[in-house]
Write a protein that binds this ligand. Structure first.
Ligand SMILES: [Zn+2]
Length: 310
């Protein structure tokens, strides 16, 4: 019998799904106690280290350095995230920010352009080298283990936590790495999102599938929730507690609420509630914009995005 990685509960509901990339079968477990949805097979940290430092980005995007259209997409997401921080933190100028899993460095550069003292860590060699060269930012080729105690005012992590084998250990490490009163900003795919295509939900590389309820439960021993956005991806801003609390699962009523929301997901809600039918139209304007930036340098492109949407 498999145990929940978070709370140790043994009775787990099991489902078979397909990896969106390879179509290989994936075993997905639902914990009825804490609500965490997880893969049945969680690789070891060593297996993952090798995977992420060499193979991951090339597996998924077929290139070591990002194409300019990916820089544009990452730049728009980065701008959105910096605005979220500006809105909720008030003071950002000179604040020490560390982005974990910094990828090609677009967010670090965008945060720096807005006044943060920003740097990043990224395990992938090719991406971190690219970020250092192109943006002249400090992006260490390293994993989260490299973070020093109380070294940041703000730590950010975008689409990283779902890849980590031990989310609780990540929360603890971030807690220790933040200065007193520091903030942790996490974004992950939202398993309750209504406008996600049903073909594009389960991935071999995604070990966990968070909802606002399960993510809150995992974070709450270390952090208080400051802000939440759950349309589309799940964005949560946490503030470091003074003292660590014990883990507590969401209430049974909350677990029921999540079950109900999951059972209503599917093609019909994707196309109607989620507005999935509009996606092809949005894509046309995206391709048009991407056709105009083919010869632009990444840095000039990010500066342009920032100035276009102040
Ligand atoms: Zn559990």
């Amino acid at each position: 019998m498999k145990k929940c990685q978070q709370c140790g509960t043994e009775v787990l509901h099991q489902e078979q799904h397909q990896d969106a990339k390879s179509k290989a079968s994936l075993e997905i477990l639902h914990c009825h106690h804490c609500g965490l949805i997880q893969q049945a097979h969680i690789p070891t940290e060593d297996e993952l280290k090798i995977y992420y430092s060499h193979h991951y980005r090339t597996d998924y995007k077929s290139v070591y350095q990002p194409k300019i259209k990916y820089v544009r997409r990452a730049g728009l997401a980065a701008l959105d995230r910096v605005h979220f921080l500006e809105k909720h933190l008030g003071k950002i100028h000179g604040q020490q920010l560390i982005d974990i899993g910094a990828g090609g460095g677009e967010f670090v550069y965008m945060a720096h352009s807005h006044g943060f003292a920003a740097r990043g860590i990224e395990p992938n060699q090719g991406y971190s080298e690219f970020a250092r060269q192109v943006y002249d930012m400090r992006i260490d080729t390293a994993t989260i283990d490299a973070l020093e105690a109380q070294s940041a005012d703000v730590i950010t992590m975008f689409h990283v936590l779902e890849h980590m084998p031990k989310p609780d250990a990540v929360m603890r490490k971030v807690f220790e790495s933040l200065k007193p009163g520091g903030y942790f900003f996490v974004e992950v795919p939202n398993i309750l999102q209504q406008d996600a295509s049903p073909h594009n939900i389960y991935f071999k590389a995604h070990l966990y599938y968070f909802s606002e309820y399960s993510l809150r439960a995992i974070a709450e021993p270390y952090f208080e929730v400051q802000a939440l956005e759950s349309h589309g991806n799940l964005k949560m801003l946490f503030k470091k507690r003074e003292i660590v609390k014990n883990f507590a699962a969401p209430s049974p009523a909350t677990i029921e609420l999540q079950k109900k929301a999951l059972s209503q997901k599917g093609w019909l809600s994707y196309l109607t509630v989620g507005g999935g039918w509009k996606k092809p139209l949005r894509r046309v304007s995206q391709y048009r914009a991407e056709a105009q930036i083919k010869d632009m340098s990444p840095k000039v492109l990010l500066d342009q995005l920032r100035c276009a949407k102040p």
